[in-house]
Every structure is written in C-alpha cells, then in structure tokens.
Design a protein. Structure first.
Lengths: 156, 322, 446
C-alpha cells in the first residue's frame, strides 16, 4: 500500500493511540471493599433489580428470591451460581475481584425464555466498553484522515 | 433408468423412512412396561397421566420428565426421598408397593401458585385382603371444632414467653397438663387461663404462667421433630406463609387477589395463641374451603403434621429452634 | 489478487462430481427432517431438543461465523430445502435432463423479480423470533412450511424460485455473500458471446440449466449465485471458474437496487434489536417480544418495524443528503442512498457475527447434550447427555466482539470511501452513521 510520509506518520500515531487506549492501565479509584447485599427477585423471565453495581473488591451477597418457579443465577466469568425455590431464599456470596460488566443468567430451565433471562453485574467502571468506544472512534477518525480519497471529494 | 438413479432413489426413500421411523420405534419399544409421566404446572394440566394403576409386589417403572419448569416427584405418606423432575431430562424411578390402596404422588418443588394442585394417584391392587383398617376421625371433628371460625386469643402475653424459664416451674405443674391429649385440645390462650385459674400456680406471675405454657408446648416436641418441621415448612409452606411465617410469602399477594384473604400469619400472637393444635391439624389436613390453603391429608402422616404444628408455634412463642 | 481455484484439476473434478455433492446433501436432508421430527415429537423444552439446538445454535453458528463470511452462498450449495422439489421437478435425482419439461415450469413474474418478498419473509421470521427460537414445535412448523413451499414452487415454477425469491435465509446470505473471498465467474466473456446454446443457462445432456436463474456469463457479484456447480458441469468451453479474491470485492460495484439496500437496513436493525431484546437485562422487552397477540407484542412489533424500515433508513438518507450537500454533488441522493447502502453489508455482517458469538458460546454446551439425547427422552447415544450447561470462552468474548465490530466498521468505512469516489458524494456523514450504530451495538453487547 503506497502511503505518503504524512499518511505513514498518521498511521503510526493512530497505532500508538490505539495501543494506549487498548492497554494503558486506567487509574483505579480504590474504595475500601464493602459488604454489599442485594435482594434479587427472579421471575419468569427477568431479575429485579436486573442491574447490580458494586465496586471492585467488594464482598457481594445476592439473596435470590424466586417469585414463581425454581430459578438459578449464574454469573458469567466468575462461574458462581445459586438456585432458589419459591419460599426459600438462597444466598450467594463471592468477592468481586474481576472488574468490568458481567451478565448473570438463569441456569435452571424455567420456561420458554429461560436462555434469555439475563441481568448485569457491574464491578467498577466498564473499562472494556470505554476502551472499545475509544478504539471505535479512533478507527473512524483514522479512516477519515488516512484515506485521502475521503477528503478528495471537495470536503467542506 | 440407470442403475445409479434407481440406487439413489432407493437410498433417499429408504433413508427418510428409516430415519423417521427408527427413533419412534425405539421409543415405543423402550416404553413397554414403563409409565412415562410428564410434569407440567397445574395450569397446564399437572401430571400427565394423573392416575396410574399398579399391583402389589410388581415393580412400577416410571420415567419422569418435565415439559416446562423444574418439578419433583414424591409419594405421600412415605419416606421415599423426592426425585427431581427436570425440564427436558428423563428421571427413572422404580416403585414397589407392599400394600394395596390409593397412593398419592405430588410435586415437591414450587412451580407456581397452584403447585400444590399438582397431584396424581396410584391405585395399587392385589395383595392379601387385610381386614380394612378403621380410620378414626381427626381430632377437630371429635371435638366439634369449627376450624373456619376466627380464633382470636382472649389474652396475649406482654412479652415473648420462654420455655426455658418455664422449665424452672415445671415441678409445680400437675401431670395432666403435660399429656399430649391436653396439649392437642387446648390453645395456648386456653391453657394460660386454665393454669391461671389453678390454685397450685397462684403464686406465679402472669409472665411466668405464660412461660409455663411455653414449656408445655415445647415438651410436646422433640428437637428432631422441630428440625423436620422447619425443613418441611420451608419447602411447603414458606412460599405462601413467608419464610418467617408472617403471611407474606412470594405467593401471598396472589392468594389475596384470588380469595380476598392473605395466608395466615403465624407470627401474630393474637390469632396464633388462640388456635389449638387440633385446630391447626384440621386446617392442614383439610385445607381450603376457598382460602387457597392446600389439603395435606394424603401427603403428610399424622406424626409429620404434629411436628410441623410444633414448629409453627415457635414463630412467636417459646424457645424456637432458630 | 484473484486466484483461480479450479485451475487445479483435482479441485475442479471434486466440485464437478455429483457423487461427492449428493451425499453431503443427503446428510443435510436427513438432519433437516430429523430436526422436524424432533421438533414435533420430542420434548417441548428447547434447550434439550435437537431441533432448537441444532438449527438455532449449531447450524446458525456455522452459517454466520464460517459459511457466509468465508464461502458466501456456500450453505446454499448443500442446503436440503430445495432438493425434494428439485428432484420432482427434474424427475430424477442423478440423471441428466430429458428434453420434456415437467410440471408447470412457469416463469417467475417480472414484478417479483427482486428480493422484496425475501425482505418480507425475513421480517416476519424476525417478528416472531422469540417464539421460534424457543419452541421446538414452532421451529418444526417453520421448517416444514419452508419445505412444502419449496416443493410447491418447484412444481409450479421453473428452477429454484423458492431459493431465489422467497427463502428468508437466502435473502441475507445473498447480500452478505458480496463480502466473501470466493466467487464463481466466467474466465472469458468473449467465449460466452460466441456460445450459441448457452447450456450453462439452458441445460444440456450433462447437466441442468442454472437453477438460480442466473446467466453465469453476466455474473458480476455473488448475490444470486448459489454455488451449485451445474454450470461448471455444463459449460462446453471450460469457461467457468471458482476464484479466491479479496474480501468484499463486490461491494464497490455501483448499485441502484432499493430492495438490496433495504435488506441491509433490515439486517443491521434486526441485529441491534436482537442484541437489546435477547441479550439485554430488560425483562419487559423480552416478554413483549414473546407474548404474540397481545397489545405489548403489537407495540414491540410496531417499534421494531419503525426502527428497521423508518428510523435507520431515514438517518442514513440524511447522511447521504448531507454528504451530497457538502460535496456539492449533483448526483441524486436516491442513487447515493442505494449505492452507499452497500457499505452497510460488511457492517451488518460483523454485527451478526458479534451478536451470534455471544449467543452461541453461551449455549454451545447444549449441542453435546442434544447429540446424545435429541428428543429429551433419556437417551444417551454418545455418552454426553449429562453434560452440564456451561458458557464457553466468556473471558475472550468481549475482546472478540470488540475486534469484530471495529473490524466491521473499518471495512465499512473503506467500502464507503470507495463508493464515495464512484458516486462522487462525500462519504464522511456515512462514516459518522456507521460509527454511531457501531457504538450503539457495542453498548448493547458489552
């Protein structure tokens, strides 16, 4: 691919910026780990509340209350899970040592929409999403700047 | 027509026929001498089939599967451990009956507000014809108790009574108060009034008399019985009555919407202390009359029910196991 | 950059050999019929039924992650749906054609010679997808309906009219095939001009005329060629070639086709809606999508249709118009609209890849179970019936999806840039549109 010097320097700059966005460690607000307890009601086919927010390092206890049939709660990536029968609150305790956004889902078949019974656990800021957004915007900008023909057509 | 054409036509037709018929044939063949029971929530029909026939001494092979949510299978009045009936999976169970009669099978994992209606019967025939057992009517009938009438306690204790404190005065109690017959036929409030009127106990303060009542109640239970009662309460009653017996279980709102009344609150001394064990037994045995309370007669043995009743009083009364 | 695969005699003979192609099709047909059987006769629990697991998890994964991005319409080459109808139509499974036309052999009406009907069928499937994806009986009904339709249409019309004009899957496979790195083309157009009988289209003693109603000599893009290899067999001048080529070679060819443009919007929008409804934490949305016939579902349906047929195309139109104004182009915006819509092809494809990765990796463990116990009857054919459910590769999923989506965006931007040069409209607003929807998709998936 024949690129002018200017384009090469943009390319390298973009590459460096991309590496920074993708891998640079972000300042982590170190809050003292707290005990958090959430009462989560599970019914066909949603959790309430469906989004749980904690800080990294917190000890999280989820009290799963089934409102109609036997439901489970499995946290992606952590791999921990618990099952609750209606009338018997089940407790799941774990340490939120991984940061990011994780889906939790039902792991006891509870009806038709069972595979889509999903909630979200947010541990700290969703850094992966922010990095992805940064990379996306960078990619679009780089493409606009780098490809000369984009600006050739009498740009404003 | 070329040979290859004939061959490929045969292949297609034979292949399709084999592929469609073999699984069905295998399933049919495997299903000989097996009763396949499908579990569905009561609103969708409950157990299917809901009545089965069997013979004494002949093993009954059951294949159980659920067509919607998690269920489980147990036989009433037996100590068979319940087996899970999972959606999309097949559970195999073989039952052999020693005595003829009607056995009830039921679901033991809550699958909706009508979970308790998920019941079926196994008619077991054959065996030697014993002399038919005389069944005595339950206590509330012999006592002519109206178990549907409200039962407010005429008196209630100021504080929570303690069976441990009551034990200190046990020596002053005449033995008839400790008989199971007395316990079963009197409500705690009635016992208090009887004890209060007893001259042998006139030196005791009111709270102490209540403690003695708590002591009487506790002496009619065993630790094992209470533990079993707690377990059965959690599995069978808490969904409506609440995990702390306060009448606020996950299905309570639905019960109120359907029947106009919430499930009973065992933590309310005003009503609980006015109920005798016989009355509670009647409610548990007979159930409903439009209140949404299931009837547990075919499911739990008398001993089990007394154990549950003993546990029910511990929510606001006596030295509980919790 | 193009490399002819069929220059290797081994490859050519493999592709021409009916005895190799047919067994693969037989296996697919057997699997297809088995899926219908298990859907009707097996357990109503979707994740333990062969029909749901093997159609919407296994087959879908292979289709969207491998077949379409790398082989374009490769699935169409082995799809079982047209086979029974085609055998009836031809009066034979293997034998070359006799001269007598069988059945009605009607020509497909001119007004319907576009993909609007396929846009409709796909949209219908998408509206009912929550029910279809989770209910074995409904999947079986859909599969049976497709089979009956295909057979019926083969009896009434010529060639593979179901595949070409009705199949909901074919609609998007054809669109996305433009991005694939393989193609079927003629080697020398002069040879075609000189050829009198055109057996590639009309058939000959050794093979059938193109079932896809395509004249190979005029093929300039992958959209409508089903890679069935008939023309490879019939061309007397050995003029047909299968080539590898750079990804997305078809996308820069100018297009005026509105039906294909809207297909791009339907697919882009559907991917975003699926990501939100199926993978999001909003239970009310899922219930609305599932409870067919209720007011809530009707509202959901209306919103869905408004999004894919209204909002997305309207925003895109604004972007095209803006680009036209900024570049003081006198090309009508309508031409720019259809042309630039092609830039959404790689974007939409990557959206579907990213969405499907999550769905497939989460549920792939069911494939092992369904293999051993396809009906949920307690069988254990391969010993894997008791495998517990477990999502796979959860830690790699987010980086993978990010790479896929950003890759799709870059690809789309490149395409938009090339199209912009062709139609002389500034593509920057289109780039902004693509970036915004990519950000939305990232937010929904991550």
């Amino acid at each position: 691919m024949k690129l002018s010097r200017k384009q090469w320097s943009y390319f390298i700059l973009a590459g460096l910026a991309g590496a920074v966005i993708a891998f640079a460690p972000l300042p982590v607000r170190v809050a003292p780990p707290t005990q958090r307890i959430f009462r989560v009601e599970a019914s066909q086919f949603a959790y309430s509340p469906a989004v749980l927010t904690v800080d990294p390092g917190d000890t999280v206890t989820i009290e799963l209350v089934s409102m109609d049939v036997v439901h489970g709660l499995y946290v992606d990536s952590y791999g921990v899970s618990v099952t609750a029968d209606p009338g018997q609150t089940a407790r799941l305790t774990f340490t939120a040592d991984r940061s990011g956004s994780f889906r939790f889902r039902c792991n006891v078949t509870c009806g038709a929409l069972h595979p889509f019974m999903i909630g979200k656990l947010r541990v700290g800021p969703n850094t992966l999403l922010w990095r992805a957004i940064g990379l996306t915007v960078l990619a679009a900008l780089t493409a606009i700047i780098l490809f000369p023909r984009l600006s050739n057509v009498e740009a404003a | 027509m070329k040979r290859s054409e004939i061959l490929s036509r045969l292949l297609v037709i034979a292949g399709v026929l084999i592929m469609l018929s073999v699984p069905l044939a295998v399933h049919f063949y495997n299903g000989q001498n097996i009763v396949e029971i499908h579990g569905r929530v009561a609103e969708s029909g409950g157990w299917s089939p809901s009545s089965i026939e069997a013979k004494v001494g002949v093993p009954l092979h059951l294949h159980l599967t659920s067509d919607d949510v998690m269920h489980s299978f147990a036989i009433g009045q037996s100590d068979m451990a319940p087996v899970d009936v999972a959606p999309g999976k097949m559970t195999e169970l073989t039952l052999t009956f020693d005595k003829p009669g009607t056995y009830m099978y039921y679901c033991t994992r809550w699958c909706g507000p009508n979970h308790w209606r998920m019941r079926g019967t196994i008619e077991v025939s054959g065996g030697s014809s014993d002399a038919p057992q005389l069944v005595s009517p339950p206590l509330y009938m012999t006592l002519n108790l109206n178990i549907d009438a409200p039962h407010p306690a005429p008196v209630t204790p100021a504080d929570r009574p303690s069976a441990l404190r009551g034990a200190a005065f046990a020596a002053m109690l005449s033995s008839n108060y400790l008989m199971p017959d007395y316990y079963r036929t009197h409500s705690p409030a009635q016992s208090y009034l009887n004890l209060r009127a007893d001259s042998a106990l006139s030196s005791l303060s009111d709270p102490n008399v209540w403690d003695l009542v708590a002591y009487i109640w506790q002496s009619n239970t065993t630790p094992d019985g209470l533990a079993k009662g707690q377990r059965l309460f959690a599995q069978n009653c808490a969904a409506c009555h609440g995990e702390l017996g306060e009448g606020n279980g996950v299905f309570a709102a639905g019960v109120k919407a359907q029947t106009g009344k919430l499930p009973a609150n065992f933590a309310d001394p005003a009503s609980m202390l006015g109920a005798s064990p016989a009355l509670l037994q009647g409610k548990i045995l007979r159930g409903g009359m439009g209140t949404g309370m299931p009837y547990w007669g075919p499911i739990f043995s008398d001993e089990t029910i007394w154990g549950i009743i003993g546990y029910l009083y511990t929510f606001k009364f006596g030295e509980g196991q919790r | 950059m193009r490399s002819e695969l069929t220059r290797f005699p081994f490859v050519k003979s493999l592709l021409k050999n009916r005895w190799l192609q047919l067994p693969v099709s037989f296996v697919m047909l057997a699997g297809f019929l088995f899926a219908i059987l298990s859907g009707f006769a097996g357990t109503p629990i979707g994740n333990h039924n062969f029909s749901i697991v093997f159609v919407w998890i296994a087959w879908w994964a292979i289709l969207i992650l491998v077949a379409v991005p790398f082989f374009g319409r490769g699935w169409c080459a082995v799809c079982p749906i047209p086979l029974p109808g085609e055998w009836l139509q031809r009066g034979a499974i293997l034998e070359p054609p006799s001269r007598k036309p069988r059945w009605l052999n009607l020509r497909w009406p001119n007004k319907l010679r576009n993909i609007w009907l396929q846009n409709l069928t796909f949209t219908l499937v998408a509206l009912f997808s929550s029910v279809i994806l989770t209910t074995p009986k409904v999947t079986a009904i859909i599969l049976s309906a497709m089979l009956f339709l295909a057979v019926g249409m083969s009896i009434v019309f010529e060639r593979r009219t179901f595949c070409r004009y009705l199949c909901p899957v074919g609609g998007f496979i054809g669109l996305y095939a433009q991005a694939a790195p393989i193609e079927l083309r003629v080697k020398d157009k002069q040879a075609c001009a000189a050829c009198k009988d055109k057996p590639c289209y009309n058939g000959s003693q050794v093979g059938y005329g193109c079932p896809w109603d395509v004249f190979p000599g005029g093929l300039t893009k992958n959209t409508y060629c089903g890679l069935c290899m008939e023309c490879l067999r019939t061309c007397p001048y050995d003029n047909i070639a299968i080539n590898t080529r750079p990804f997305a070679a078809d996308l820069v060819k100018p297009s005026r086709k509105m039906d294909e443009a809207f297909k791009a919007f339907i697919m882009l929008g559907a991917a975003m809606v699926y990501a939100g409804v199926l993978l999001g934490p909003w239970g009310a949305l899922k219930s609305a999508a599932y409870s067919v016939g209720t007011v809530a579902w009707f509202g959901y349906g209306m919103a869905f249709l408004a999004f894919i047929f209204g909002l997305l195309p309207a925003l895109f139109w604004l972007a095209v118009k803006l680009g036209q104004e900024l570049s003081k182009s006198d090309v009508p915006a309508r031409h720019g609209f259809a042309a630039f819509a092609k830039a959404l092809v790689p974007l939409g494809l990557m959206f579907w890849v990213a969405f499907s990765l999550s769905f497939v990796l989460t549920n792939a463990s069911y494939i092992l179970v369904a293999l051993s116990d396809p009906f949920g009857w307690g069988w254990n054919l391969f010993g894997t019936a008791a495998v517990t459910w477990q999502p796979y590769l959860t830690t790699a999923l987010v980086p993978l999806q990010t790479l896929v989506l950003i890759g799709g965006l870059l690809w789309s931007v490149c395409t938009a840039q090339k199209i912009g040069t062709e139609v002389k409209i500034l593509p920057v607003p289109i780039v902004v549109f693509s970036t915004l929807v990519t950000l939305a998709m990232l937010g929904l998936l991550l």
